[in-house]
Design a protein around this ligand. Structure first.
Ligand code: MN
Length: 234
């Protein structure tokens, strides 16, 4: 039953380190935590029935091993209303507490394009009952993501279209410049709540147009200046 790895003996087989590939290299980016920003585009906040005024950002988390890279998205159990949310993903190379806004981009390793897949029916029940969101957000394979694109190559995109097509039909459209909380602000704010560390990633919020998917759908998400994510629902 015990598992020997190196000099350690584990009581059960230890989980593998979740990684994202780094585009244009053999490097693997080790994932520590997955943070997600809620309601970061005014039009999406309105479509979800919220006040789009600039209230403080709020965050939830997915599990590192919810990330899905280079595979189809299996339609999850326990839901009949699974929604797409296309988002830019921010990957941190440094961590800390109380990171000032003006220094925050120095902490960014790179960016990716991700989908915050959501069991909207279960999230809705959680909202109605004041319960946590994990059942709606942190399920298996709920975070499809591209490899990471290094900031030293692509810079720090602050403008650019964020779009999602399903079966060739445009469903979501926004622009990075419409984010209520910009990347440096979300890093700074988050670092006031948690100790950030290398390997943490942040899903930066989705523009309006979220909606359901079904098996067989082909999703193509783009963040201009970052990359393209193609995922099939199976
Ligand atoms: Mn989201």
């Amino acid at each position: 039953m015990n598992v020997q790895k190196g000099t350690a003996t584990y009581a059960v087989d230890p989980a593998p380190q979740t990684v994202l590939p780094v585009e244009g290299s053999d490097l693997l980016f080790p994932i520590r935590r997955v943070y997600c920003v809620g309601r970061n585009f005014a039009a999406h906040a309105i479509e979800m029935g919220s006040d789009p005024n600039r209230e403080p950002p709020f965050f939830f988390q997915k599990n590192p091993n919810n990330l899905l890279v280079g595979r189809d998205f299996p339609y999850p159990v326990a839901s009949n209303d699974v929604h797409h949310e296309i988002e830019m993903v921010v990957a941190l190379k440094k961590g800390g507490d109380s990171i000032p806004v003006e220094k925050a981009l120095d902490y960014v390793y790179g960016y990716g394009v991700g989908l915050d897949m959501t069991r909207r029916d279960l999230q809705g029940i959680a909202k109605d009952t004041g319960r946590p969101w994990e059942v709606g957000k942190a399920f298996e394979d709920s975070a499809p993501c591209t490899p990471l694109f290094r900031a030293e190559k692509i810079g720090h995109p602050a403008n650019g279209a964020v779009t999602l097509d399903v079966n060739g039909v445009r469903k979501q459209t926004g622009d990075l410049n419409q984010m209520i909380w910009k990347v440096p602000e979300m890093i700074s704010y988050l670092s006031g709540l948690f100790t950030l560390a290398p390997g943490d990633i942040i899903f930066a919020g989705t523009p309006s147009g979220v909606g359901p998917v079904k098996r067989g759908d082909q999703m193509v998400g783009r963040v201009e200046g970052v990359g393209t994510l193609e995922v099939r629902v199976v």
